[in-house]
Design a protein around this ligand. Structure first.
Ligand SMILES: CCCC(=O)SCCNC(=O)CCNC(=O)[C@H](O)C(C)(C)COP(=O)(O)OP(=O)(O)OC[C@H]1O[C@@H](n2cnc3c(N)ncnc32)[C@H](O)[C@@H]1OP(=O)(O)O
Length: 659
């Protein structure tokens, strides 16, 4: 895309009515004047022509010369922030995230599905600053796990920096979807099942496990918040109801659901409801801030929640709200085109680093005006940012005046504790340099988890073999050994998969016995230098934990801690053995040795067609990071040839010599 010229940018921004009316509102507050969109447009134009705040101050002198210099400099920052937020629109607009997650959910189910819950909306980077015009914002939706009639989808937001060619993850959100029943299914009380999802890569296995935990948290949220409120200390309770009440900023507004607000099923688009909720929440916070400002004549009248001097009106002009997190937004019931959607938002509590707003949404059709149905509830958290950093500690807290406000105020602390608890529990491990954390899973050898990981590993290999959506391209066919490659999405984190197949003149059982014997691995695997026999631990009947010493790229040695899982189907004469790297507290990396890691890979051994079980079809399925592909592919092909060589010359008898 050709870069936008300065003039094109100015034309675009001065023609943006949202931006112009926001600047107009700020000017009205600063100058105490009537709406004047012509002036606002001119100010935006001058801002576009200025390279920095100083230049802006000079250029704007004829319009706003009477304003204090500091105010003008702050005003420059305000416009900058608004433009950044506006340009980051697609990334943070919940409508885009909802549409993305819906596409992923419906693709998996092959039928219509609706949003039930959205949560864990987190932005890890200052996405507004990253997402400049001309950069590509990529929203990727992926099903993490299917349950019964529901499934979880993660939406990852990244920014592709066109000039540097890098892809940076800036945020993510999780959605629960439920498949929509047909009229016949509803009438017959038929239970609908979503197709199961078999994770294949380590990343998917990790998300798969965490999805279950996240679901449990969602389901027990309300009860657990109540528990946490009960356990809140007496000091917190004492700070609640007070005769000197200062209720949180609150407002209610009504929206008419038009066809443009509805999704392809005629329901109000979940993302549209979230958009209204965000609008309501932000306005409630601004009201709270406006009403809670220190009076000009007594600037030190009262303190903010963090014990800092209360925020002043002029500071508000240069501040902006940063979304911190969105607690579970639960879509309890649908609303439809023609409904009146009523959004009520109220600030419930101000913490030293965040401001919580409760938003309730109800809906009713024109003939049920007096009996609205609650369709949605959510809690959104913001922090107040100024040109020099956070200002939340300067914001006055809510002092509840009614029993309902008091209840919400207490629950806010329960919700905050719940958020912390959930984050600690479902947090994805962050890679630490030099340690194996990219592809490995954490393992407690004595726990039941070993069996679960073993089964997932087997499923992963079977899924790779059977998955009709994978695109295998034939790479080579040499001495009866065929090799295919499957390239994933070409982004930095992507994985390359390799399939190698050969017919071996030996029974599937003999092939399997050779593969299963960890000590014999170096006989056919050129990279495997040693197997630490004293470190082979049996984990139940179908798995073992083995430390291998491998030759890593560059000739250095590295160790791999591998969980090997196997499955024997004697009746069908089909055997599967696969391995993946793990982390384990009882087996830390030995001193001076780098611990490498590998993604799940393995062998499927089955009778070769038309050989009556005397010959086997051996299929190797491997997954590697793309950078290693060139090195690994020829080694993997030659390993399969060596493996075949051992079995065809020595009949694979245990310890019968080798190479
Ligand atoms: C185009 C983008 C998508 C959209 O925008 S859709 C528009 C926005 N969404 C909506 O309008 C949906 C409104 N909600 C509804 O209509 C109903 O709540 C909905 C989704 C049909 C479900 O109703 P029911 O069938 O009565 O619910 P149910 O109790 O049988 O549960 C169904 C599945 O959901 C699960 N569930 C319920 N509460 C949960 C929670 N708090 N956290 C996580 N999962 C939860 C429940 O376990 C069940 O799943 P499973 O069958 O066990 O897998």
């Amino acid at each position: 895309m050709a870069a936008e010229t300065k003039l094109q940018r100015e034309t675009r921004l001065t023609g943006n009515s949202d931006l112009v009316s926001a600047i107009d509102a700020t000017l009205q507050a600063m100058l105490g004047q009537k709406p004047n969109s012509v002036l606002a447009r001119k100010v935006v134009g001058r801002w576009c022509q200025s390279a920095n705040a100083q230049e802006f101050k000079e250029k704007i002198r004829d319009y706003l010369g009477r304003l204090d210099e500091q105010v003008l400099l702050g005003f420059y920052m305000t416009i900058q922030r608004r433009v950044e937020m506006m340009e980051a629109g697609p990334a943070r607009d919940p409508r885009w995230m909802d549409a993305t997650s819906c596409l992923a959910a419906e693709r998996h189910c092959g039928r219509s599905a609706v949003t039930l819950v959205m949560d864990d909306l987190d932005f890890t980077e200052n996405y507004c600053a990253l997402l400049k015009r001309g950069e590509r914002c990529i929203l990727e939706g992926k099903v993490t796990r299917a349950f019964g009639s529901s499934l979880e989808v993660v939406v990852r937001i990244s920014v592709a920096e066109v000039h540097s060619g890098t892809l940076r993850m800036v945020g993510n959100a999780y959605f629960m979807y439920v498949v929509l029943k047909t009229e016949a299914e509803k009438a017959g009380h038929i239970k609908v099942e979503v197709p199961t999802l078999v994770p294949s890569t380590a990343e998917e296995v990790l998300e798969y496990g965490l999805a279950e935990r996240r679901r449990n948290f969602r389901k027990k949220r309300e009860a657990q918040v109540e528990e946490l409120v009960k356990s809140t200390s007496m000091e917190d309770e004492a700070s609640s109801l007070s005769p000197k009440a200062r209720p949180g900023g609150a407002l209610t507004f009504t929206e008419l659901v038009l066809p443009v607000h509805a999704n392809h099923m005629g329901n109000t688009f979940g993302g549209q409801i979230m958009h209204w909720m965000v609008k309501g929440a932000k306005t409630a916070v601004w009201l709270h801030l406006r009403l809670g400002c220190a009076p000009q004549e007594r600037p030190d009248a009262d303190l903010g929640v963090g014990g800092k001097p209360r925020i002043r009106t002029e500071q508000l002009l240069h501040s902006w709200l940063k979304p911190e997190s969105v607690d579970t937004v639960h879509f309890k019931a649908p609303s439809h085109v023609g409904d009146r959607v009523v959004v009520s938002a109220a600030v419930t509590r101000v913490f030293s680093q965040s401001i919580e707003v409760a938003v309730r949404v109800s809906s009713n059709s024109v003939n049920t005006q007096d009996t609205p149905t609650e369709v949605n509830v959510g809690h959104l958290n913001f922090s107040l940012m100024g040109p020099d950093g956070p200002l939340t500690a300067h914001v006055p807290d809510v002092t509840p005046s009614t029993i309902e406000q008091d209840l919400e105020y207490r629950r806010a602390i329960g919700r905050q504790k719940f958020r912390e608890l959930r984050h600690a529990e479902v947090k994805r491990p962050t890679p630490c340099p030099g340690s194996c954390s990219l592809f490995s899973v954490d393992l407690d050898v004595k726990g039941s988890q070993v069996q679960e990981v073993a089964i997932q590993c087997i499923s992963c290999i079977l899924c790779l073999n059977d998955n009709a959506t994978l695109r295998w391209e034939r790479l080579s066919s040499d001495e009866g050994v065929q090799c295919w490659v499957e390239f994933g999405l070409s982004n930095t984190a992507s994985v390359t998969r390799l399939k190698i197949q050969a017919t071996v003149k030996a029974s599937p059982k003999d092939c399997f016995e050779l593969l299963k014997d960890a000590k014999r691995r170096p006989e056919f695997d050129a990279g495997c230098l040693e197997v630490l026999e004293s470190e082979i631990t049996q984990c139940g009947e179908n798995a073992d934990l083995v430390t291998f010493i491998y030759a890593a790229a560059g000739g250095k040695k590295e160790e791999l801690l591998i969980l090997r899982a196997h499955q024997e189907d004697e009746a069908c004469n089909v055997f599967v053995i696969c391995s993946r790297s793990v982390r384990c507290d009882s087996r830390p990396p030995r001193e001076g040795m780098h611990r490498g890691e590998v993604l799940p890979s393995g062998f499927i051994v089955a009778p070769a067609p038309d050989t009556n079980g005397t010959c086997s079809q051996v299929t190797f399925l491997g997954q590697f990071s793309q950078s290693l592909f060139e090195v690994i592919q020829p080694i993997a092909v030659s390993n399969v040839k060596r493996f075949r060589g051992i079995l065809e010359t020595t009949e694979g008898k245990p310890n019968s010599g080798g190479y």
